[in-house]
Design a protein. Sequence first.
Length: 257
Amino acid sequence: MSVTFDIEGHVARVTIDRPDRMNAIDTAAHKRLGEIWDVVEATPDIRCVVLTGAGERAFCAGADLKDDTGKSGVEYWQDISEDFAGIALRRTLKTPVIARVNGLALGGGLEMVLGCDIVISADTARFALPEAKVGRIPLDGGMVLLQRLIPRNIAVGMMMTGRMVPADEMLRYGLVNAVVPLADLDAEVDAWVADILAAAPLSLRAIKALARETSQLPIHDAFMRQTPELIDALNSEDADEGVTAFREKRAPVWKGR
């Protein structure tokens, strides 16, 4: 199996499992990831996803260039435009996703990181969009997302040169939430997972939906945006439970409704 998918205690763990290929994505892995995101979307009981790569060398080294899809560059771009199967451009995924960056995040690997909501990185990790060096373009979200998440000139410089940027530098640019030694990576990720699970799941879905859908809107328009996720959260039983639990000085029991 090129990608493993495990669910336990409201947490799904998705691991790209091709360490011999630096967890590069071939056709089978791409298809499997699309199927997994479909399952996550259809499973409200999943309240958090952790996305990572197997081993210690790479989160994901991008597309496996040894995998011949038979598609031209234009055909590949048109397929992306039509299905948005990748996490970076997927607009329908409302579940919080944490990137556990255990090593190199290159090309499509970095583009998957851009699609996550929280990024926890080992201090040994490095980030790059090297597509131009092999005559390609960062089509899977990198070209449009990176310059919106870090300073424009830094993003364009990365894309034009393919240079690798260390984790602590990406932390300064604001792409990464935390950088820790590799030995502490799991503990740091688990701490963030625990904090997410302590929050109301419908509130989290509403926050993600609003943050994603309003980032380019004028402030007043963004403020007035009423997404279905926002209405669901405001009308939920959990909204009452949260206040009741606070008054009773106890931990809330979330039902996700």
